[in-house]
Design a protein around this ligand. Sequence first.
Ligand SMILES: Nc1ncnc2c1ncn2[C@@H]1O[C@H](COP(=O)(O)OP(=O)(O)OP(=O)(O)O)[C@@H](O)[C@H]1O
Length: 261
Amino acid sequence: MAAIETHDLTKRYGDVTALDGLSLSVPEGELFGLLGPNGSGKTTTIEILTGQLDPTEGTASVLGHDPVADPQAVREAVGILPEREDPPSFLTPREYLQFVGDVRGFDAVDDRIAEWADRLGFDHKLDTLSTDLSEGERQRVMLAQTFIHEPDLVFIDEPLVNLDPIMQAEVKDHMREYCERGNTLFLSTHFLEVAEELCTSVGIIRDSAFVAERDPSDLDGDEQLLDYFRQEVEESGSADAETAVTDGGDRSLGAAGDTDR
Ligand SMILES: Nc1ncnc2c1ncn2[C@@H]1O[C@H](COP(=O)(O)OP(=O)(O)OP(=O)(O)O)[C@@H](O)[C@H]1O
């Protein structure tokens, strides 16, 4: 069964088309990466699939639930880490994760908090107000809330932002193992090296429409993901595409400041 299935998903805001007829199927167990220039519709896609935003047209199925007809069922079934989200500044990580436990209704909340704080290296900060945590420590807490209830499907926008290199490696390992156990991960990122290293499949979106899908391991040595992305995106000839493809040595696309939020 596909974990995610969409048909002609479209979102319009007046004259602005944020998403234009997205049809997509993500099988269970896939680590899927959605790539695209700034403003191409990645966040809109995730918001529709997680029941936060209604499409103007089209249908979607997420773990067998319809995110329009039953957004609550989708939100209960999945883990979500939106872009640039922090735990509330006035709660400690322990209080925030206990709150998540209450809302999500899972058992052994204290044990799971201890396990995830240990795994993500913020056990010594569990009782520190979030306002006093570093950016990377807050990202670790947000990653914990994403996975703590062991969902079958997780949506993550830029998972590695602000993490130090050791924690980046650990989170990558975790995401890989999570999918090897049959779970599904839907990742949105501007960092092609992350997509290339981790994803079993990538989709490229431009001008709000889906243009290509590819298994990164099928790319040969001369056809790196950046070149492939550039080729697919530049075909649109849009100004957006040209500003989006920035080599810059770090192979990040269109958001040079993304690591420093
Ligand atoms: N509430 C809104 N009202 C009007 N236009 C919107 C709204 N939300 C998004 N858009 C537009 O829809 C398009 C797609 O936005 P979206 O946030 O999905 O892009 P994105 O691919 O996630 O971009 P980025 O890589 O910069 O995060 C953009 O042109 C954006 O300006």
